[in-house]
Design a protein around this ligand. Structure first.
Ligand code: TYD
Length: 226
């Protein structure tokens, strides 16, 4: 579906504490300094209704949330995000960087909550009308290392983060399986590499993608030849 619009859609995925936000910010900065129009966004959230759904599903204190309800809340947030934010930006010719997308639901709800990866993928393809990233950057993190990184400085863990390491191990395997199925659409990197090294590797892959998309270079509003 993304091939029908002029923009470029890049998702960052990985376990909690992988450093996705840091890398998305670094990539956005590098692309903006070359003149590209970049939209940075995140899931769950990214729209007013999505931010409300985010707090419903992540905050402690809403009582028990069963797995199907959880999956539907993430999918509802994503439907609004795709329709109101991602697709319009891609139609403008922007580079969209999202912190998490469908693969997070497939990994966390499909594998982690054991709803089934196929069922959760189908739910989300329906929710988004089949809108897929051109590239997914998967930052692969060991669950124990991820927990150490995200609790550094006494940061509180949300509902999903506070699940046991076994839950996070299932998620890690599910992400790696998704990437193995479509190597052309994924860049898998070990999250423990130095931050600047990760940024350079991601930028190199994105540069190659931009070069391969002649149509993108022609329509990007501020794009410069690479
Ligand atoms: P995230 O915003 O990445 O957490 P943080 O800002 O604390 O790094 O994601 C919030 C949590 O929601 C994270 O544990 C992963 C989970 N999640 C799902 O379970 N399914 C989904 O579809 C998404 C988008 C996130």
């Amino acid at each position: 579906m993304t091939t029908q619009n002029p923009g470029l859609f890049i998702a960052f995925e990985g376990g909690d504490g992988a450093g996705k936000s840091t890398q998305a910010a670094a990539l956005a900065g590098a692309l903006e300094s070359r003149g590209f129009a970049v939209l940075r966004t995140r899931e769950p959230g990214g729209t007013p209704i999505g931010e409300k759904l985010r707090s419903l599903v992540l905050d402690h204190g809403h009582g028990h949330i069963d797995a199907r309800t959880e999956a539907l809340i993430f999918a509802a947030s994503r439907a609004a995000h795709g329709d109101q934010v991602i697709l319009p930006a891609l139609e403008r010719g922007d580079i969209v960087l999202t912190d998490r997308y469908i693969d997070s639901s497939v990994a966390y709800q499909g594998a982690g909550r054991e709803l089934g990866t196929v069922a959760v993928r189908e739910l989300n393809e329906w929710a988004t009308g089949g809108l897929q990233p051109d590239l997914t950057v998967l930052l692969d993190v060991d669950p124990a290392e991820g927990r150490l990184r995200r609790t550094a400085g006494d940061a509180a863990e949300d509902r999903l983060e506070s699940e046991a390491d076994e839950f996070h191990a299932k998620i890690r395997t599910a992400f790696l399986d998704l990437a193995a199925d479509r190597p052309d659409r994924y860049l898998v990197l070990p999250a423990h590499l130095p931050v600047t090294e990760l940024t350079a590797l991601i930028l190199a892959r994105v540069d190659a993608l931009i070069r391969s998309r002649q149509s993108f270079r022609q329509v990007s509003r501020h794009g410069v030849a690479l």
